[in-house]
Ligand binder design. Structure first.
Ligand code: PBG
Ligand code: ZN
Length: 343
């Protein structure tokens, strides 16, 4: 056998079995070599305000989540601030369901209520969609035959709605409707009205998922089975279509989105990972109601420990490349992360 020189042995792969245990041996060395760490500052807490309620209600299937009244909203945010949350995604649920002539005054009042109380202590994004406003539950205006969503008519209304919210004090507009050209129209309208400082977080890679059930209950936004247009597959992305998700996201960035989003999150981490490789723009993930409910059900049944389940999942979001995590348990993030780090 030929004698191996020092240089050659340096590039020879190690003999099996390779050893990893020294790098896994204790929390000190593990934290030296760690690759993804979650911070509580990266979280956004979704909050619901429902015009029809006279007192706050806990949301079915979403452990720890409440639908607030205008009166209880501030106290809830106050508790969240105390727990370490400063960023919120507001879903206003209006009492009136119509086909046209939407009134955005409840949403406006909800934003004003929070911003007049908390000002720049909070960062408030407002979800922008029409599905909790329309009688049929679709995310925009439907044609007379009831079989098609009218893109451009919807975009016009959304742009006006965005402006009203910006005027009320929203820091960020988060369009979740999935019509074409909305980011462009919203950016233009905001800028034209002096709201160039209002950010846009686009639900850019939003899939036509079965995981939105608990959310649609709270927001009373499930698409009606009584009209021809069934479900949201004609405007949301097909779960199989990675390329559509990438292109929709690049399109929204080119139209002026400041931040993009992948939604749902856990079942779509390949999309996050691919987007991370293709763009330097900030990427948010939305751990949606169905995903959250599934994890909470496991915890409730003793199949995992609640905080450990969420922490592992949030770490997976970071590992895949997400910058921002939207979670119904955002209000627990600081306490859970602090506890996990105090070994
Ligand atoms: C509305 C909207 C939905 C969600 C956020 N905004 C549901 C839908 O498209 O029907 C889902 C959030 C969740 O399930 O937690 N456009
Ligand atoms: Zn919608």
């Amino acid at each position: 056998m030929a004698k191996t020189s020092v240089n050659e042995s340096a590039i020879t792969p190690p003999a099996y079995p390779a050893t990893f245990r020294r790098l896994r041996a204790n929390p000190h060395i593990r934290s030296l070599v760690e690759m993804a760490r979650i911070h509580s500052s990266e979280f956004i807490q979704p909050i619901f305000a429902d015009e029809t309620l006279t007192e706050r209600e806990s949301v079915r299937h979403l452990n720890g989540v409440y639908s607030e009244t205008l009166e209880t909203l501030s106290a809830s945010v106050e508790r969240d601030i105390a727990a370490g949350v400063r960023k919120f995604l507001l879903f206003p649920v209006p009492a009136e369901k119509v086909e046209h002539g939407f009134r955005f005054d409840f949403a406006t009042r909800a934003v004003q209520t929070l911003k007049s109380r908390f000002g720049s202590d909070i960062w408030l994004a407002n979800d922008l969609c029409l599905c909790s406003y329309t009688a049929h539950g679709h995310c925009g205006i439907i044609n007379a035959e009831g079989n098609r969503l009218l893109n451009d008519e919807t975009v016009q209304i959304l742009a006006d709605y965005a402006c009203v919210l910006a005027e009320a004090g929203a820091d960020c507009i988060a369009p979740s409707d999935m019509t074409d050209g909305r980011i462009h129209a919203i950016r233009q309208t905001l800028d034209a009205h002096g709201f160039d400082h209002t950010a846009i977080m686009s639900y850019s890679a939003k899939f036509a998922s079965k995981l939105y059930g608990p959310f649609r209950d709270v927001c009373k936004s499930a698409p009606s089975s009584a009209i021809a247009l069934q479900g949201r597959t004609t405007y949301q992305i097909s779960p199989d279509n990675l390329h559509d998700a990438l292109q929709s996201t690049f399109r929204d960035l080119s139209e002026g989105a400041d931040m993009v989003m992948v939604k749902p999150a856990a079942w779509y981490l390949d999309v996050v990972s691919r987007l991370r490789q293709e763009t330097t723009a900030p990427i948010a993930v939305y751990h949606v109601s169905g995903e959250y409910a599934a994890l909470e059900l496991m915890a409730a049944n003793g199949l995992l420990e609640r905080s450990e389940g969420h922490l592992e999942l949030w770490t997976a979001f970071k590992r895949a490349g997400a910058n921002v995590i939207i979670s119904y348990a955002a209000r627990e993030a600081k306490a859970w992360i602090d506890a996990a780090e105090s070994f």
